[in-house]
Design a protein around this ligand. Structure first.
Ligand SMILES: Nc1ncnc2c1ncn2[C@@H]1O[C@H](COP(=O)(O)OP(=O)(O)OP(=O)(O)O)[C@@H](O)[C@H]1O
Ligand SMILES: [Mg+2]
Length: 341
């Protein structure tokens, strides 16, 4: 069990600023998921933590000690790569015990055999010891890669999109397994993905990255209900973001004017007086009565509800209803926040 801290990490590749002042801490036994679009710097953060990349500035600490001067193999940090990187000519057992045959984590043959049995049981592959990687399914290869990373009992485990090669059903199954395994071993983990559902389901906390910066780190529910920036609001779930003018402050709330209507909004990441965005989720809209009128443009049936696209003057709106929508809808906004642009 170990606590990981990343402090003001910066990394550039020539003119590209890949990581631009990222800081976060992962508590002992906690799973932090880094979520963000392609190219936002997720892999680079992991590679800096593992020692595969040298940052220009910042620090990486494990249990309060900087590991920046240590080479990768002395950092006690495990890495599960997106493409598994299994040794094709070695059996499952030999892949799993690779780190236990050389170097600091060397174990006797009998101890290695016990460790393999235990790890394969953990990842649900008992009896697969003698298979070669080409005799395994994609999901099974992924499990072997996980078992191999866990074999040396790293203080911190880094996982770079380990589930992205799998189909949707297997991804869901394996992410449940992965969470169970990490929790059972009380592993401190940083898991990278661009799949928001995976992030919310797997992470104790989730950090949303955008263009080299970490925009917000929070528990999944807070991230969905209380995004601090327009980017986080839109990247995670469906969001309505309307440009709004603040007309009056009222404690932690403000009155704003949108589409000629005054709306009370909690102030979140924006001060009264600003130009701001009024943010509300599709399900924070109540149909029937209300000051707004929406012209429906289209609707998608999603099984348990309709997702409706509409316009309120020049503003676009997404909302949800359990009924097929009428062409014109009256509504009010039940809950809203003000975000700084
Ligand atoms: N070795 C490198 N040389 C030059 N540029 C690089 C290198 N590695 C990464 N980059 C650039 O740094 C930025 C961040 O890349 P990174 O691989 O960290 O993104 P990512 O968030 O992991 O993306 P993805 O979801 O596609 O894996 C990108 O603009 C990328 O092109
Ligand atoms: Mg990547």
């Amino acid at each position: 069990m170990a606590r990981l801290e990343v402090c003001d990490l910066k990394k550039r590749f020539g003119p590209v600023v890949a990581v631009d002042g990222v800081s976060f801490a992962v508590e002992s036994g906690e799973i932090l998921v880094l979520l963000g679009p392609s190219g936002c710097g997720k892999t680079t953060v992991l590679r800096c933590i593992a020692g595969l990349e040298r940052p220009e500035a910042g620090d990486v600490r494990v249990d309060g000690q900087s590991v920046l001067r240590l080479p990768p193999e002395r950092r006690d940090i495990g890495f599960v790569f997106q493409n598994y990187a299994l040794f094709p000519h070695l059996s499952v057992a030999a892949n799993v015990t690779y780190g236990l045959r050389h170097g600091r984590h060397r174990l006797s043959r009998a101890a290695r055999r016990r460790r393999v049995a235990e790890l394969l049981e953990l990842v649900g592959l008992s009896g697969y010891e003698r298979r070669k990687p080409h005799e395994l399914s994609e999901g099974q290869k992924q499990r072997v890669a996980l078992a191999r990373a866990l074999a040396v009992e790293p203080k911190v485990l880094l996982l770079d999109e380990p589930l992205s090669a799998l189909d949707a059903a297997l991804r869901r199954e394996l992410r449940r397994e992965l969470r169970r395994i990490l929790k059972e071993r009380k592993t401190t983990a940083v898991h990278v993905t661009h799949d928001q559902e995976e992030a919310l389901a797997l992470g104790d906390r989730v950090g949303v990255m955008n263009a080299g910066k970490l925009e917000q780190v929070d528990v999944p529910q807070a991230l969905y209900e209380r995004p601090q920036t327009p980017f986080v609001a839109q990247f995670l779930g469906r969001a309505n973001l309307w440009p709004a003018q603040v007309v009056e402050e009222e404690g932690s709330a403000a009155w704003v004017e949108v589409a000629g209507v005054r709306v009370r909004a909690e102030v979140l990441g924006a001060s009264a007086g600003d130009e701001a965005f009024l943010f509300f989720r599709p399900d924070w809209v109540e149909l029937g009565e209300g000051p707004f009128e929406a012209a429906v443009e289209g609707a998608e049936y999603l099984g348990d509800r309709w997702e409706v696209r509409a316009r309120v003057g020049a503003l676009s709106l997404v909302l949800r209803t359990s009924q097929p929508p009428q062409p014109s809808l009256r509504f009010h906004i039940t809950r809203a926040f003000l975000l700084r642009p």
